[in-house]
Write a protein that binds this ligand. Structure first.
Ligand code: DO4
Ligand code: MG
Length: 275
């Protein structure tokens, strides 16, 4: 079941039909004891809501901040080692890839998350910017994974490559985090065959495309979530991006006007224009 936050309220979609979910704020849904059960009862009892087609989809966020994991795919490890080799990156990215403790960082306050069809941004002082397509976990206040969405961890590779201590500036700025279009509400782990795809279009033409699967993700989502919750509490739950396994060639940088499409099996496609 897919849960949408929209300008006309919340909707759950299953088998091509959408149903209104009334009586709960987004935070109440996310912090409830049994979101899946609640949505199942809506699907069984409510009439399909045709107005869903005219609703504008909003970011699936109310009070949930966004965190991110890094260097969780071999492709990401290699790309970071290369971009930071002049700053001594030859070893520290390899070490975090191999270590038991994952890299986790704060990505975005809830208020800055961009939704489906919203505009993401590249930093004005960056020369080398890329999108990072990432499976993103919705975790409730008890630390349980209750859903999945698609995420874009927009990143400034020249800034993070210059010095690892610049990572927060490369990663955390307005318009750097997009999530959506919905939350796939499912506490069972997604199959390893789940594909994550990206397409970047420029002036109506395909500029870059790539695919990976969850089989390439080195760490279990539940383990990433457990590390995040070790010494943090999230009364309204939170999102955790699980890292990127797709990195465009070094010659590629995003431009204003590009369209980024991130598709994840069973979730859908998050589309954002670079503003
Ligand atoms: O360590 C830098 C950030 C890594 C990251 O965002 C990723 O691997 O997705
Ligand atoms: Mg990332």
């Amino acid at each position: 079941m897919r849960l949408y936050r929209t300008t006309l309220g919340h909707f759950v979609e299953q088998d091509g039909a959408a149903y209104r979910v009334t009586g709960y704020s987004w935070d109440e849904l996310v912090t409830g004891d049994d979101l899946h059960g609640l949505l199942q009862s809506v699907v069984e009892r409510a009439e399909p809501a045709k107005e869903f087609g005219s609703a504008k989809i909003l970011a699936p966020v109310e009070s949930q901040d966004v965190w991110a994991a890094g260097v969780t795919y071999y492709r990401s490890r290699n790309a970071r080692m290369e971009e930071s080799k002049d700053a001594g990156g030859g070893s520290f990215y390899d070490r975090v890839y191999a270590a038991e403790r994952p890299e986790l960082f704060f990505k975005s306050p809830a208020r800055d998350v961009v939704g489906h069809l919203g505009a993401v941004r590249i930093r004005r002082d960056a020369k080398w910017s890329v999108p990072e397509p990432e499976l993103t976990l919705l975790i409730n206040h008890q630390g349980q994974i209750i859903g999945y969405t698609a995420g874009n961890d927009m990143s400034s590779r020249d800034i993070e490559g210059e010095n690892p201590l610049y990572l927060p500036q490369a990663k955390v700025y307005e318009g750097s985090c997009a999530l959506g279009p919905c939350v796939l509400v499912n506490s069972a782990p997604l199959p390893a065959s789940t594909a994550i795809r990206i397409e970047i279009h420029r002036d109506g033409q395909g500029e870059f495309g790539g695919t990976t699967t969850l089989a390439e993700l080195k760490r279990e989502p539940a383990v990433l979530a457990a590390y995040l919750f070790r010494e943090n509490t999230f009364p309204a739950g939170c999102f955790l991006m699980t890292g990127t396994g797709i990195v465009p060639p070094d010659s590629f940088t995003l431009r204003s006007g590009d369209e980024v499409q991130i598709a994840i099996d069973a979730i859908g496609t998050l589309v954002n224009r670079v503003g």
